[in-house]
Structures are given as C-alpha cells and as structure tokens.
Design a protein around this ligand. Structure first.
Ligand SMILES: Cc1cc2nc3c(=O)[nH]c(=O)nc-3n(C[C@H](O)[C@H](O)[C@H](O)COP(=O)(O)OP(=O)(O)OC[C@H]3O[C@@H](n4cnc5c(N)ncnc54)[C@H](O)[C@@H]3O)c2cc1C
Length: 426
C-alpha cells in the first residue's frame, strides 16, 4: 500500500521561512515541503528593508565578534555562526547570481541597491526546489500528535488548522512567523514560554536648548552612557551621533536603544544620557587645550572659534550661549569657572531622555520564544520534539546593520538541516 508522505511544513513566508523551506526542499528532494503564508504576499519585510535596498548581512566573518551585535541571543548564536555565518550568506546568494557589496560601515547590500534582487532570488530558488507556497494560509492552531511512529515514518506528527478550518497533517513544523502575535500564540499553545515583546532600535526624544534647532548636525564619534532608574547600572556605547528634530539618533543611539531596550521600556523611556563629545581626549586634556587657547588665541571670540576641530561649529556656539558665556567674550577673558563648565559639558554633558522615537529604516523588537527552551544545535523545541524555530519568532534580536537578517538566515539554515535529518534519518 502506498502511503502519502506527510509534508514538512514551514509557517511564515518571510526571510527565515523562505530560506529554511529552500534548504529543506533541497535536502529532502522528493518529499513535499510546504510554506504557509498568512497574507497574500511573501517576503514583505525583505522588500521594504534597508530603505528598499535590503541590508542582507554584515561584513563580519568572525563568529565571536559577530555575536557582540546581538543584545539578546548572543550566547546561543555563537555556535550557530560557526556553522552558517555572513560569509556563507554571501556565498549562498552568489551561487544564485546575486552579488553583494560592502559599504564603509560594514553593511552589505545587493550591488543593484534593490531589495527585489533578494526577494526574486529567494522566490526563484524556492520554485526550483519545488517548495509549495500557499498564500492566505494563516495557521490558527498547531497540535502535536502523539508519536504514532518513528521519525522516519511517513506518518504526521502535527495537526495544523488553517483560517478556513482546513486541516493539515505535517511530519515536522518550522515556525518562522516573525514577531506576529499569532505565531507566538502557536508557540505558547504548544507549551512554550514567550518573552514579552518590547521595541528595540529607536531614537531618543530629548528637548534641550543645547541641541534645539541643530537637526542634521552629526558627530563622527561620541561616547554615550545611559543611566536608567537609580542609574547605578550604566550602559555605554560609542559611535556616530546625529541631532534630529526630536532629539538624538545615529548608530551610537540605536545601539544603546537596543542594548537598553528592556530597561528603558520598564522605565517608560525616561533616562539620563551622558555624552562625551570628545572621547579621544581626557577631561584633563580638554581643560589643557582650553587653557592653551587663552594664550594662543587670546584675542579671538570664544563662541566663534571652537578649539576642537571635530566639534561642529554651530553646536559649539550654542553650547557657549547655553552656558551664559557672553558671545563677544575673547579667550583671554575666559574664566576658570567657564573652562570648568565647558570641560564638563564636552566630556560628560547630561541630557534627559523623555521618550522614544521611531527609526524608520528598521523595526525590530526584543522578545519572542524564550531561548532556553530551544536547542540551538538544531533549532528544535526542547518542549515539543519535531517543532522547529527560525528568525524573529525567537527572543533574539540584533542591532541595525544586517544582523537581524543574518540571524534569520543562520537559524533557518540550521533548523532546515535538522528537520531534514529528522525525516531522512541521516
Ligand atoms: C522596515 C524594516 C526594515 C528592516 N530592514 C532590515 C535590514 O535592512 N537588515 C536587517 O538585517 N533587518 C532588517 N529588518 C528586520 C528584518 O526584516 C527581520 O528581522 C526579518 O524580516 C525577520 O524575518 P522572519 O522571517 O523571522 O519574520 P518576517 O519577515 O516578519 O516573516 C514572518 C512571516 O510570517 C507570516 N505569519 C505570521 N503568522 C503567521 C501564521 N499564523 N500563519 C502563517 N503565516 C504567518 C507573516 O505574515 C510574515 O510574512 C527590517 C525590519 C523592518 C520592519
């Protein structure tokens, strides 16, 4: 009697779901692989990502260094990156005719600067591997069946119920539903703990006369120190800073927002930010430079002549005015107190954060399926054997720069490999 093989089912047609379904279909050639997508469109986030250019990954090929870019999941991802890392992503796309380029800050994009290149390549690879993609197939319930037979059997191990009450039996299931609440509910009904979702990667709302009207002014390198709550524990990050209409943004702020996401959420996004605008100089060196200027530039107006070339001129002028230093004052007349105030402002200026803004280029949240219940060697549930996870459904998130897609590619690749082993027995 010829039994029909139960399909291997991937739930969610995003980056992780597609990548996994392709690998899975390539490994289990002949066995049905089904990709169920709730909406009428697949790869939506891939298309809108990176401002329409898709920041596919990051030019960082050392697993240890790479993990430092993940506020949550770094420890678990480390060994995963020894198996599939950005170099493999580059090779995977190259093998499918997509060349990636690296920008000065390490972000990698398709040379076409068009995210369609990536979504088209994924869709073509899925067609070639004979993945059956079903649109409008929202999975509403997932029920693990009693193990009726050994893994190699054609018998299904999960029953899935779709929106239209249609039922489907699957040999193994991969949840790649991103941050969608419906997907997290499936995991939760299956017995998994889900860490609550809170936003990550956001800008800081700051209203302060020292930066008001200076939107667009950027600093190449600052050091930020964030104090939340009682302020005992401070988070520090360095990098470029940008003044915006609403406050502060730029890579240093985004990194800090990601690493402080949970703490900031718990404190209603009220915090104190200390900014070191001259991190390459100590406070003593800043003071010495100002004192030197009293002699070398004695007749020059303080407000018009910033002694530090790395400081934007307009910011310096506003800082001087905010300290009530007469704009006409010349360096020779700069008092000890003024010098002290400037040193403090430049080395540890304090700014009150009173809310969060939106970083339009990338939306990511912290939270998802709790990590200790997932075996990262296989991306398989420790609670329900035969259930796998990949991508943003997990409580893993990265900072901006291509790290979130890389986590999706890596976890999808490992999950698909393990799923294929489960059904082929190899
Ligand atoms: C505007 C924006 C820009 C971004 N830019 C970048 C970038 O340039 N680089 C980067 O690294 N990261 C970027 N990210 C983050 C990145 O897009 C995500 O980390 C990544 O898409 C996660 O992939 P995923 O497959 O896990 O989830 P998703 O892409 O969210 O896919 C999940 C899919 O599952 C479907 N689904 C959910 N529930 C069900 C269900 N019950 N049944 C069936 N289907 C279901 C959803 O409809 C969706 O299609 C960006 C995010 C946004 C929002």
């Amino acid at each position: 009697m010829s039994e029909q093989l139960a399909p291997l089912v991937v739930v969610g047609g995003g980056a992780a779901g597609y990548f996994a379904a392709i690998r899975l279909a390539e490994l289990v050639a002949g066995r049905p692989v089904m990709l169920l997508e709730a909406t009428q469109k697949v790869l939506t986030k891939v298309r809108i990502s990176g401002g329409g250019r898709c920041n596919v990954t990051h030019h960082c090929f050392d697993p240890g260094t790479l993990t430092a870019n993940y506020p949550r999941g770094a420890r678990e991802l480390r060994s995963c990156f020894t198996r599939f890392q950005p170099r493999d992503t580059v090779a995977w796309f190259a093998a499918r005719g997509v060349q990636l380029k690296t920008e000065a800050d390490g972000r990698m994009f398709p040379i076409t600067d068009d995210s369609r290149t990536i979504s088209d390549a994924l869709e073509l690879a899925a067609r070639q591997a004979r993945v059956e993609v079903r649109l409008g197939a929202s999975v509403q319930a997932l029920e693990p069946l009693e193990t009726l037979a050994p893994a190699m059997s054609s018998c299904g191990r999960f029953k899935l119920r779709l929106k239209d009450s249609q039922e489907l039996v699957a040999a193994a299931v991969l949840l790649a539903t991103g941050s969608a609440p419906a997907g997290l509910q499936l995991a939760s009904y299956a017995g998994h703990v889900v860490d609550p979702h809170v936003p990550s990667l956001f800008t800081f709302n700051v209203k302060d006369e020292r930066i008001s009207g200076l939107a667009g002014i950027a600093f190449a390198e600052v050091k930020l120190s964030l104090g939340v709550g009682d302020g005992k524990e401070r988070l520090e990050r360095s990098g470029p800073l940008l003044i915006t209409h609403w406050g502060l943004s730029g890579p240093a702020v985004l990194k800090l927002s990601a690493f402080g996401a949970i703490l900031l959420h718990a404190n209603a996004y009220k915090a104190e930010l200390k900014i070191n605008f001259l991190p390459q100089l100590s406070a003593a060196q800043i003071e010495l430079e100002l004192r030197n200027f009293k002699h070398s530039a004695a007749k020059k107006q303080v407000a018009k002549h910033p002694p530090f070339p790395e400081l934007p001129r307009r910011f310096w002028q506003q800082l001087v005015v905010s300290l009530k230093i007469d704009p006409e004052l010349v360096y020779a007349d700069l008092s000890k107190t003024d010098i002290q105030s400037l040193v403090v402002e430049l080395s540890q200026g304090r700014y009150a954060i009173h809310g969060k803004g939106v970083f339009k280029d990338e939306f990511v949240s912290a939270g998802g399926v709790t990590l200790k219940e997932v075996d990262f060697r296989r991306m398989e549930s420790r609670v329900v054997p035969g259930l796998f996870f990949a991508g943003e459904v997990l409580a893993v998130d990265g900072i901006t720069g291509g790290f979130n897609f890389q986590a999706a590619w890596t976890t999808a690749w490992i999950a698909a490999t393990a799923m294929a082993e489960t059904v082929t027995g190899s």
